[in-house]
Design a protein around this ligand. Structure first.
Ligand SMILES: C[S@@+](CC[C@H](N)C(=O)[O-])C[C@H]1O[C@@H](n2cnc3c(N)ncnc32)[C@H](O)[C@@H]1O
Length: 282
C-alpha cells in the first residue's frame, strides 16, 4: 500500500465522502478531478505518486524549510511533505471542502491550510523556502499561469525552490492544430479548461518570471490506467474506485470518456515536473 495511505499519515475515512469538493454537483457536468475524488480517488495529478516523489526528492525538503503548497487538493502531497517535518507548511487551496480535508490531516500548529487563490496568496514576500503545486497551473489561462508563477517567486526567499507537476505536450514542436485538438478534447472530457504546455513552454513560463530551471522529470500520462491506479491508491482503494465507477452509470460514462481521450492522445500527452530556483540576490 502506498505509504501516504497508511494509518497515521492516514487515509480519510469513507464517511467524509459527503464533504468532498463538488459533492453537490451534477456528475455529468462536474470537473473531472472532483468526479474522480467522489469515486474515491485521492491522487489527482497526471504523473501519479511516483512523479510527486521525484519532485519532493529534488526539492529536498527538511526541517529547516518553510513550505507552501498551492492547490493541495485532498492533501496527498501535504502528507508526503509533512513526513519530512518541515519548519512550517501552508496550503493555499481555492476549494473550501478540499481545504477542510487537508486540515483534517494537520495536527501541528506549524502546519495549516488556508482557503485562497495561488494568484494572490496573501502571504508575505520572501516567507518560504519551498513552493510546490501539482495539476493546477494546467487548468489556468496563460495570464493566470503567469500570475501564479509570479506569486511563487514573490513569496520565495532568494535561493528558494519551486516544484511543479503538470500535464505536458510532446514533442516540443507539436503542431498548433494538434495542440488545439488535444486542448479541445481534454477540456470537453474533464469539463475544465485544460491548457497543457510542451516542456519548453513550461520552462519558458518559469524562466519568464525569473526562475532558473534546475531539473525536469517526466512520466506517462496514465492517470486512469489500472496499473497506475493500483500504484497510486493501493489495491483495496483501487478496487473500491472500480466498483464505485461500475455502479454509477453517469460516472462510468464520464470516466470512460476521459480515458478514451487520454488514450487517443497518449502519444502527445505526458506528465512533467520541473524544479526551479529563485536566484540569490546579485
Ligand atoms: C486537479 S486538482 C489537483 C489537486 C492536487 N494538487 C493533486 O495533485 O492531487 C486541482 C486543484 O487545484 C485547486 N485550485 C485550482 N486553482 C487554484 C488556485 N488558483 N488557487 C488555489 N487552488 C486552486 C482546486 O481547488 C483543486 O484542489
Amino acid at each position: 500500500m502506498p505509504d501516504v495511505h497508511r494509518k497515521g499519515i492516514g487515509i480519510m475515512p469513507e464517511e467524509t465522502a459527503t464533504h468532498l469538493p463538488g459533492a453537490h454537483l451534477d456528475i455529468a457536468k462536474m470537473p473531472g478531478h472532483w468526479l474522480l475524488a467522489r469515486m474515491g480517488k485521492r491522487v489527482l495529478r497526471p504523473g501519479g505518486l511516483e512523479l510527486t516523489r521525484s519532485m519532493l526528492d529534488a526539492l529536498s525538503i527538511d526541517s529547516s524549510d518553510h513550505v507552501i503548497e498551492f492547490a493541495p487538493g485532498l492533501g496527498v502531497t501535504a502528507r508526503l511533505a509533512l513526513a519530512r517535518q518541515p519548519a512550517s507548511y501552508t496550503g493555499i487551496e481555492r476549494d473550501e471542502a478540499a481545504a477542510q480535508s487537508v486540515r483534517a490531516c494537520l495536527s501541528d500548529p506549524r502546519y495549516r491550510c488556508l482557503v485562497g487563490s495561488a494568484e494572490k496568496s496573501g502571504l508575505e514576500d520572501a516567507s518560504a523556502t519551498v513552493v510546490c503545486g501539482e495539476a493546477m497551473l494546467t487548468m489556468h489561462t496563460p495570464g493566470q499561469k503567469m500570475r501564479i508563477v509570479r506569486e511563487a517567486y514573490r513569496i520565495l526567499k532568494p535561493g528558494g525552490r519551486y516544484g511543479i507537476h503538470e500535464l505536458g505536450l510532446t514533442p516540443d514542436d507539436l503542431g498548433e492544430a494538434e495542440k488545439d485538438a488535444i486542448l479541445r478534447d481534454l477540456s470537453a472530457a474533464i469539463r475544465v479548461g485544460a491548457r497543457p504546455l510542451t516542456s519548453s513552454e513550461w520552462r519558458a513560463v518559469l524562466e519568464t518570471e525569473g526562475f532558473q530551471v534546475r531539473a525536469a522529470f517526466t512520466a506517462p500520462m496514465h492517470l486512469l490506467e489500472p496499473r497506475r491506479l493500483i500504484q497510486d491508491e493501493g489495491l483495496g482503494r483501487a478496487l473500491r474506485i472500480f466498483f464505485n465507477i461500475l455502479r454509477t452509470p453517469a460516472a462510468r460514462q464520464r470516466v470512460l470518456a476521459m480515458r478514451r481521450v487520454f488514450r487517443a492522445h497518449q502519444d502527445h500527452l505526458m506528465a512533467i515536473s520541473l524544479i526551479a530556483v529563485k536566484p540569490e540576490a546579485l
